[in-house]
Design a protein around this ligand. Sequence first.
Ligand SMILES: Nc1nc2c(ncn2[C@@H]2O[C@H](COP(=O)(O)OP(=O)(O)OP(=O)(O)O)[C@@H](O)[C@H]2O)c(=O)[nH]1
Ligand SMILES: [Mg+2]
Ligand SMILES: [Zn+2]
Length: 357
Amino acid sequence: MKKLKTWGWNEEWELSFEPYRHEGLAPARVIREDRELYLVQTETGEKTAAVSGRFRYQAASRSDFPSVGDWAAVETDEAAGKATIVALLPRRTAFSRRHPGKNEEEQIVAANVNTIFLVSALDGGRNFNLRRLERYLALARGSGAQPVIVLNKADLSDCVDRYILEAESAAPALPVHPVSALARQGLDALEPYLATGQTVALLGSSGVGKSALINALLGVEQQVTGEIRAQDHRGRHTTTRRELFLIPGGGMVIDTPGLRELGLWGDESELAGAFDDIEELASQCRFRDCRHDGEPDCAVQQALGDGSLDANRFDNYLRMRRELAHLARKTNPAAQRAEKERWKKIACWQKQIQKDR
Ligand SMILES: Nc1nc2c(ncn2[C@@H]2O[C@H](COP(=O)(O)OP(=O)(O)OP(=O)(O)O)[C@@H](O)[C@H]2O)c(=O)[nH]1
Ligand SMILES: [Mg+2]
Ligand SMILES: [Zn+2]
């Protein structure tokens, strides 16, 4: 398993692979995903792969299908250079969002990553957006991986320090690294996350320079990068599939296409991690179930009043909380039942009112 070690294989994976070893299957890491065609890395090299019929039959939802970063048990056909994915090992971490289009389904963007680089760009356009960063952060918090803020295109800005302070205000206590993929600046600071066996996923809007950063880290122009539109600095969705690359002498990086939609997936407790400051304030309100909406002795309203809590940040927090509550009602049977009961009561009550008239 020497080769797979550089791809992140270790004793813990070996342990969870034990049952498959007895079936004569081999471990493999999913390194590319293109609709339902995969590329996997095995001890004997890369192979194209598809899931087995049984795998497909047993998959309860889309999120059960392989994602880049997954470890799989495969049957290999060495002569043909092909593999069949029979099972996935339980994910240690997973960055997911609500499936765009299929709103009540989870979509796994990257699995088994140690660190998530949340990439923004300091090109003066909309590629630096604190509310969007908060949203990415809420999702990253739910993934189990460690989020890190990367501010790319530092070469284009005269006020990098101000951006750093702003990013820190949206992501308290997280590391913030200003870099330039083009000028090869600040990249040393990213090295500690890229030790051998470590996996980093790059996430951020189209055009922030995720692929350019990956090229800089790899030292070769592996990934195609795209021009951004002059008028609004938006990217053109140059990268279209997720792919994991091995850094020579180091860890791994996953390139992803810029996500247009960032629907939350998870529960409210995951939001709390991204908004420690608000949760901390809320714990000081007089009422434990304070909605911070005019109740007396509300620490949140006080902080909003004296400016120590940014109103836009608080609005964004409330918006995401509502979104998660809505999701919970849609996906969680208990919450669905409670909601049904509530509507039943309202219907009864409306009938009563009509009768009374
Ligand atoms: N000035 C400057 N330009 C950069 C830097 N990094 C990337 N760019 C440019 O920004 C544009 C977009 O870069 P990409 O790497 O394609 O962006 P991406 O995030 O991969 O975009 P998608 O693949 O569409 O999600 C390209 O024209 C890059 O040359 C940087 O550090 N400084
Ligand atoms: Mg790209
Ligand atoms: Zn309150």
